[in-house]
Design a protein around this ligand. Sequence first.
Ligand code: ADP
Length: 625
Amino acid sequence: MNNKKVLQENPALCDDEVQTRQPDNLPESFENMSMPCQLLDVNGIITHANSALLDLLGYTDEEYIAQPIDKFCIGRKAFQEISSRRSQKQGLLNFAAVLKCKNGSLVNVLLTADPVKSNNGFTYLQCFVTDVSILKKGDDEKDELLANLEHSEARLKMALEYINLGTWDFNPISGELIWSDECRRIYGVEPDTVISFELFADHISSKDREAVLEKLQQVMNAGSSGLYDNSHRIIRFDDNTERWIRSQGKVYFNNQGKPQRFIGTVADITDSKLAEEKSARLVAIVESSDDAIISKTLDGVITSWNDSAKRIFGYSADEIIGQSVLKLIPDDRKNEEPQILARLRRGERVDHFETKRITKYNKLLDLSLTISPVKDFEGNIIGVSKIARDITDKKREEAKKNDFIAMVSHELKTPLTSIKSYIQVLLAQAKKDGDSFRTHALTRTEVQVKKMVNMVSDFLNLARLEEAKININKEYFNLKPLIEEIVSEAKLLTAYNDIVISGCDLTLFADKEKIGQVLTNLISNAIKYSPEGGTIAIGSEKTTDGVKIFVSDNGIGIALVDQKKLFERFYRVENEKLKNVSGFGVGLYLVAELLRYHDSEIKIESSEGKGSTFYFFMKEDLEIK
Ligand code: ADP
């Protein structure tokens, strides 16, 4: 590089303080300095430029020296800046400028101007040029990075708020603890309350405090991973309620292994904790239940299987989960499954459905099934849960009881029939003789004997039903005379009730004896459960569903819970009022079963204290007029 210096004076731009003259003793090092440097006279004219500067900008001496510095500056003029700073007595250190290179490119520089007085009293400016293009580029990137950071911080903040996650920042050296708004909300702390570690510790539930503080201490110990994740109970500041939180964080250590900063997040997990506890309780209940509890998809694929299911059916969970429930159903009952599913789809629950199922070892079991739909959050049925109770033993017991009842009833039937006939003969004679005492006594006896006859015939029918030996012998008969006969016998049982018949003049095609038994049971119940008297109405109404036949009373009525179970065998309502009313809980079961044999169904409308109406429909095709 040519090291020649060109001196030029420019008297026109002189100020009072300095004159434009060549400095007499230019430092020797000037030329060899690796740092770009130039000398300016008091008018901003370049008088010297070292090789480093000329190399940086790409000019020759001739092109650069004797030119005003501002000619090479873009935007803010460097000399103007220097002058104004000097006049305001400001520092001339590192002010930014952009210099234009010969090839047209621009260089970002920092100029540091240094007024120097030479021996001859001449003052000039030594101007060091620091190329900061790389830094400047870094700055741009930094700006971009900062902007990105700001955006992602804002996004993070939004995300944290969205998932209700609070943040905290603890300085173990100063003891300062900062909580985000969400964190304060979780703890129920006012925005202006100053939080300290002690205050935080005070609000850890006493049940967990010791363990939490110990864990915090451990994680801040040198050599620990610094990772913290802990769920515990806190006591909220505002209402002192207990909540569950999950706190996760990280401790940052300095080179000496001292904790510098501990930051993390906090979430209120009370709801999920309670749900967790609830489902744990449910799991425990399911697992400890004596009943088999099974769930399956709507296609009948088994999805869960408890211990009792294993005990009852013999299959382990591994063997059966994923298999079809049909595996448990005997061949002659396979059609039950679609029927049950159809009922569930209609939103019905199947309660105490008695059936048979088959075990892994081909043993037939008597089971009582309670089946309910499993719904998702939107109420869609997504599966089925089934509770199966093994009633094989109960069934065996019942069978024994039935055998006994059947035997006794059978043995009683013949003597009772002859007693009844003798009483009727004796009663007719007593009436003829005008013997009122004998008439009264024999009438009472006849009533009691009739009760016994009815009871025995109920028991016999029960036994026949159990063995599926019941025969339905249909015939055409008029309903009214049948009802009148039953009512006249029933009247012997009651002195308190009015019994009224309406309609009923219709011909049915049914088993007259069985329909008679249905009505006898309904009417005697109406009398039995209307202790205060009142009217018992028996009647028929024609409806679009056929003929509705009803027996209604204004007696004690039946609570809704009992109504659902009333037609189960041996079911009796248990309450104070009924303590002394005798019965076996067989009547309504027989009513329901006998009607089922006629493709009909017994129904009830009742409210406690007001009375009950039992009714059933005989289908149109059963009726001829
Ligand atoms: P039982 O009368 O022998 O107990 P049922 O099967 O005939 O058996 O009736 C079952 C239960 O239904 C009775 O115990 C009684 O509580 C109730 N019940 C039946 N009919 C009536 C009615 N008309 N009013 C009030 N409760 C009734």
